[in-house]
Write a protein that binds this ligand. Structure first.
Ligand code: PEP
Ligand code: MN
Length: 266
């Protein structure tokens, strides 16, 4: 397997514009679940940039469970992400849900494949033909082996710029939306050379659990975190209950940075 540690013993380091994922760097991808307006994404982009984010997230095409839920602003949101990128200098990441969207992604720096599409093989092959970095989320019922085979689909087409992301799996527990699988981090590190992040927002569904689980991820050796941040979580059009306020996000980031430094010494 191209993605296996056996095939490539050294850690892969992925360059995304002016930032680097893997290789001992702490990646912090922050931003709202969905881009809701130009003003909203600009406000959040400025706030997360000021507080240590290395990349800006924001959904344009949303894979919602119900067809009646907010589906994202689509193309318009991509335009707002471009504006936020221009102003802050942060690279931007957004999810692709259909191969036909790829032609709209010229100014997007990282293409996200969401949990629901982890085994959408047509989509994996298509982003594999692109040279843009891809962030591949683990499906919520997928084994480590299936996760890595999906990354293999991308790499087999020639795209080596892959970042993995554990985002919680389904278990019998209903208190949390999903269960962050911290073991995924050291297991994937052993099996593969690709960097791996942890998304504790989707991984827990509860904003107050994002900080402890993100810290646990970094302690377990994750290359960074993805986190949903909103300037007004109560009014968010999607995933408000798992979104951190800017203040909570800022406090968490400081702890993550300290922990990441400490981890180098122990
Ligand atoms: C997201 O990051 O916006 C998202 C929908 O995540 P997931 O695919 O992990 O559910
Ligand atoms: Mn979300």
């Amino acid at each position: 397997m191209l993605v296996s540690r056996e095939n490539h013993p050294a850690d892969s380091v992925i360059k995304v514009n002016n930032t680097t994922v893997g290789g001992g760097n702490l990646t912090i991808i922050a931003g709202p679940c969905s881009v809701e307006s130009e003003e909203q994404i600009l406000n959040i982009a400025r706030a997360v940039k000021e507080n240590g984010a290395t990349m800006l997230r924001g959904g344009a095409f949303k894979p919602r469970t119900s067809p009646y839920s907010f589906q994202g602003l689509g193309k318009e949101a991509l335009n707002y992400l471009s504006i936020a990128k221009k102003e802050t200098g942060l690279p931007v990441i957004t999810e692709i849900t259909d191969v036909r969207e790829l032609e709209l992604f010229d100014d997007i720096d990282v293409i996200q494949i969401g949990a629901r599409n982890m085994q959408n093989f047509a989509l994996l092959k298509e982003v594999g033909k692109s040279s843009k970095p891809v962030l591949l989320k683990r499906g919520y019922s997928s084994t480590y082996e299936e996760f890595l085979y999906s990354a293999e689909y991308i790499m087999a087409e020639g795209n080596e710029n892959i970042i993995l992301c554990e985002r919680g799996i389904r278990t019998f527990e209903h208190y949390t939306r999903n269960m962050v699988d911290i073991a995924c981090v050291p297991v994937i590190k052993k099996m593969s050379h690709l960097p791996i992040l942890v998304d504790a927002s989707h991984g827990t569904g509860k904003h107050e659990l994002v900080e402890p689980l993100s810290l646990a991820a970094v302690a377990a050796g994750a290359d960074g975190v993805m986190v949903e941040v909103h300037d007004n979580p109560d009014e968010a059009l999607s995933d408000g209950s798992q979104s951190q306020t800017v203040a909570r996000y800022a406090a968490m980031t400081e702890k993550l940075r300290k922990l990441h430094e400490m981890m180098k010494e122990i």
